[in-house]
Every structure is written in structure tokens, then in C-alpha cells.
Ligand binder design. Structure first.
Ligand code: PMP
Length: 402
């Protein structure tokens, strides 16, 4: 019998040979290098809003500590006790429930491998964080059912209707705070209703919450106590948005009953996260300046978000729907453009010197999000953001006037 993939990937496993292509999101082949282009596509924090001084101090303290050598030894797969304790205090859970990871994407992979089997069904945000669908490819054959998100995050009534109609998912994936891409935030009440459904119908909520700490001044992120007091939620989090994605450090909050299994899984995959980095971040979390630095970053993003949203309203007056975000890194806007023009707009905009993410790339179900764009405000100063939107508007006018 001939191997259908032999010519493509000699020696590859079925998984490696059959990982599907998914266009969009991070697909470098779609982006043409245009000199001087403004990139509104990414999800990086702003370098000038990262607490680099705290890094320097904490790193110095760690490497000059006489006990530094211990950070270079093998350590527990679940993570360093000092880091787990600091994270657990913030999560308000038992430190035993914290599993340290190499960032959010790693945490999502662990949560998916720890929850789903081929043939299972998962309900996801629609629009969805696209990397999550790619992580599902690790299992393969998972049925994805879309649930709409509103300005208040995933629509819990819509999820309930799906369940009433007989759907029996194994899991549900949502980004509860400043949802990527649409920006909505799940209230305390809605989160409790979602957990009630999870308990009643027996599914696991994978709650991916990287933007929780990127809140603008005066914005209070709802507490979600039911996410803590149930064995039906696996929390996924990362320091990528507050301490930088180059750090590669995050954590899972797992139900007590699953803690040994997750530790075993971690142990089989890669053993542990860097002891050095865990020691540094444990020190940073204990530094009294840490919370102020995180709050300062949130405050630093707000004028950028306002500038971007205002520029859209000015440049595309009457032809754009946009809501001012309360936090996070993105504006999700609907432009007045049809399905065919949406693809052309992306190309023309690249030529005009601006890159963004197309709404279609975030589709999980029937809704294609044609005409939607996700624009990142995190890295640009207000002037650059306004220039980026001006270029987008020029491209939009070109596309509209053939
Ligand atoms: N989840 C969401 C919703 C994200 O936006 C991101 C980062 N873009 C991640 C997870 C992944 O985070 P990390 O960089 O830590 O892998």
C-alpha cells in the first residue's frame, strides 16, 4: 500500500502529514513586505509599556542570589511553588490548582489535549480567536459549533438554545474579557449561568483570559467566582500581554480533581517551564511596583484605542460601525464593503501601506464576518494609528470606486 503523504513528508506521522492549512492569521504568505507599511495586524504589547526595569531588578536579584543554582536544576512539572503561590493569590484559588505553562498557546494545547477526543464536539466563540481552531487540529476530527458573541461576550442564551436542541458538547471555548477579536466582556451573572449549563450538561469551559489585566482606567473587570468554585472550568492565562510574549510564561487553573492528570501530561510533553524565568517572574509579582506597572500599561493603551476608533469614525463617516473598547489590544469594526470587495480591500490596503486582520479569518461558523476588520492599537502611537486608518480609508475609497 502506498502512503498518500510519502511524496510530501517522508517519515512524517499522520498528524504531521495531515495538519490542515488554515489561511489567515499569521500566514506570512498573505502579507507582502511593503516598505514603511503600518502593521495593525499583530497582538504585541507596546515595548515602551512593558516593565523592563522590574525585569532588570528581578533578574539581577535572581542571578546574584547565592541559591541561584537551584533555579538551574530540574524542577516540578507543575511549576515553582513561589510562582504558583503568587499566581494563585491573584486567582484566589489553591496553589495546587495552578499549572505553570510556556504561555497561552501552550496552555491551550494542554487544555485541548486534556479535554477533547476525536469525534467530540466543542462550542466556540464566533468570531473566534483563530489560533484555537489550529490547536484543535492536534486532536483532529473535533466538531466545532459556533456560538455568537455579543458586546457582553459569548451569548449564553444562544448556548442554552443549542443545548436544549440536543447538542451535547464536551467543551466550550471562550475569551471572557475583552474578547479577541470582538472586545466584549462576560458579566458575573452570565459567567454563573454558563457554569450552571456546564454542570447540568456535563461539559468543560476552556476560559482563555489573556487580556484581563489590560483594562483601561476605571474599567472594572467582572469577578467570576463560579469559574473558581466548579470542576467544570479550565482557566488558561499568560503573561504575554503584560510582560511580553517573548517571555513565554503562563498558567492553567485546573480543577483539583484533574491536577494530577495535567501534571502527568506536562511531564510527558516537556517536563517543566524554565526555572530561571519562573524565579524572575515570581520576584516581579512580589515587587510592590508590579500592579502599578500593569495599571500604567492599561492607561497607556487607552489613548491609542480612542485615537484609532475616532480616526475610523472620521475617515469613514457613515460607512463604519465601531465600538470603543474598554481594554485589550483591538478594535473590531465593520466597514461598508461587500464579500468580493473585502478580499480586494486587503490587497489594496497593503499597497497603500497598512496591514490588518480580515474579519473572515475569525469565522467559526456560518457567519463569515465579511467587511469586518480587526485593527490593533497596542503598538502604534496615536499619530501612526491615524495615518494607518487614513491609508485604510484611501484603500476603501479605491475599492468602492472601480
Ligand atoms: N489567547 C488569546 C485570546 C490571545 O489573543 C493570545 C495571544 N494573541 C493567546 C491566547 C496566546 O498567548 P501566548 O502569546 O502567551 O501564547
Amino acid at each position: 500500500m502506498t502512503d498518500p503523504h510519502a511524496d510530501r513528508l517522508a517519515g512524517a506521522s499522520t498528524l504531521l502529514a495531515t495538519l490542515p492549512e488554515r489561511r489567515g492569521f499569521g500566514d506570512a504568505t498573505l502579507i507582502r513586505p511593503v516598505p514603511g507599511s503600518i502593521d495593525l495586524g499583530g497582538g504585541n504589547p507596546s515595548v515602551d509599556l512593558l516593565p523592563t526595569e522590574l525585569y532588570r531588578d528581578a533578574t539581577h536579584a535572581v542571578v546574584t542570589d547565592p541559591a541561584f543554582g537551584t533555579a538551574l536544576r530540574y524542577s516540578a512539572a507543575q511549576g515553582l511553588p513561589a510562582l504558583r503561590a503568587a499566581v494563585a493569590a491573584r486567582e484566589r484559588v489553591d496553589p495546587e490548582r495552578i499549572v505553570v505553562t510556556n504561555g497561552g498557546a501552550h496552555g491551550l494545547a494542554l487544555a485541548v489535549l486534556g479535554t477533547l477526543d476525536r469525534g467530540d464536539t466543542i462550542v466556540v466563540d464566533d468570531p473566534v480567536y483563530p489560533l484555537f481552531l489550529r490547536v484543535l487540529d492536534l486532536v483532529g476530527g473535533v466538531n466545532v459549533v459556533a456560538a455568537p458573541v455579543t458586546a457582553d461576550g459569548i451569548d449564553v442564551d444562544a448556548v442554552e438554545r443549542l443545548l436544549r436542541d440536543g447538542l451535547r458538547p464536551k467543551a466550550l471555548f471562550t475569551v471572557p474579557t475583552f474578547q479577541n477579536p470582538a472586545g466584549g466582556t462576560l458579566s458575573t451573572e452570565a459567567s454563573a449561568a454558563l457554569v450552571d449549563l456546564a454542570e447540568r450538561f456535563g461539559f468543560t469551559i476552556i476560559a482563555d483570559d489573556p487580556y484581563r489585566e489590560v483594562a483601561f482606567p476605571g474599567v472594572v473587570v467582572p469577578d467570576r467566582p463560579r469559574f473558581r468554585d466548579t470542576d467544570r472550568v479550565v482557566g488558561v492565562n499568560t503573561f504575554s500581554k503584560t510582560l511580553g510574549p517573548g517571555l513565554r510564561l503562563g498558567w492553567l487553573t485546573v480543577p483539583e480533581s484533574l491536577r494530577p492528570a495535567y501534571t502527568k501530561l506536562r511531564n510527558r510533553l516537556d517536563g517543566q517551564t524554565s526555572g530561571v524565568l519562573q524565579s524572575v517572574v515570581a520576584r516581579m509579582l512580589a515587587d510592590p511596583r508590579y500592579d502599578a506597572a500593569v495599571a500604567r500599561a492599561g492607561a497607556g493603551y487607552e489613548p491609542r484605542a480612542r485615537a484609532l476608533a475616532a480616526a475610523l469614525r472620521d475617515e469613514l463617516a457613515g460607512h463604519v460601525e465601531v465600538r470603543d473598547p474598554d481594554g485589550g489590544f483591538f478594535v473590531w469594526a465593520r466597514l461598508d464593503v461587500g464579500a468580493e470587495d473585502s478580499a480586494r480591500l486587503f490587497d489594496v490596503a497593503q499597497d497603500a501601506g497598512v496591514v490588518y486582520q480580515r474579519g473572515e479569518w475569525f469565522a467559526a461558523g456560518q457567519e463569515r464576518f465579511t467587511g469586518f476588520v480587526r485593527l490593533s492599537f497596542s503598538e502604534g502611537d496615536p499619530e501612526t494609528l491615524r495615518e494607518g486608518v487614513a491609508r485604510l480609508a484611501t484603500a476603501w475609497r479605491t475599492v468602492r470606486t472601480p
